[in-house]
Design a protein around this ligand. Structure first.
Ligand SMILES: [Zn+2]
Length: 81
């Protein structure tokens, strides 16, 4: 499910967790960082300045390291489904 919440590490939009086992503890997932985040950890629209900074840093890093293969403005695709 698409959300308007953002990863506190890379700034990409996060996806709602479908992991039932962690459902009560982890609410959002970033498949770029391969991490789960609490509802209180993810960034929201009010944090957009910070989100843009993170996205910019991520994009620059990925371009420099040649690892940029997916838009930083879309949720990273879920793997192993
Ligand atoms: Zn991330």
């Amino acid at each position: 499910m698409k959300t308007r919440r953002f990863c506190p590490k890379c700034g990409r939009p996060v996806l709602k967790s479908h992991n039932d086992k962690h459902y009560n503890n982890y609410s959002f997932q970033c498949f770029s960082c391969d991490e789960d985040f609490f509802k209180t950890e993810v960034l929201r629209k009010k944090d957009l300045v910070q989100v843009r900074l993170l996205q910019h840093t991520t994009l620059r890093y990925e371009l420099e390291t040649g690892t940029h293969n997916y838009s930083i403005y879309k949720p990273y695709p879920r793997h192993n489904v």
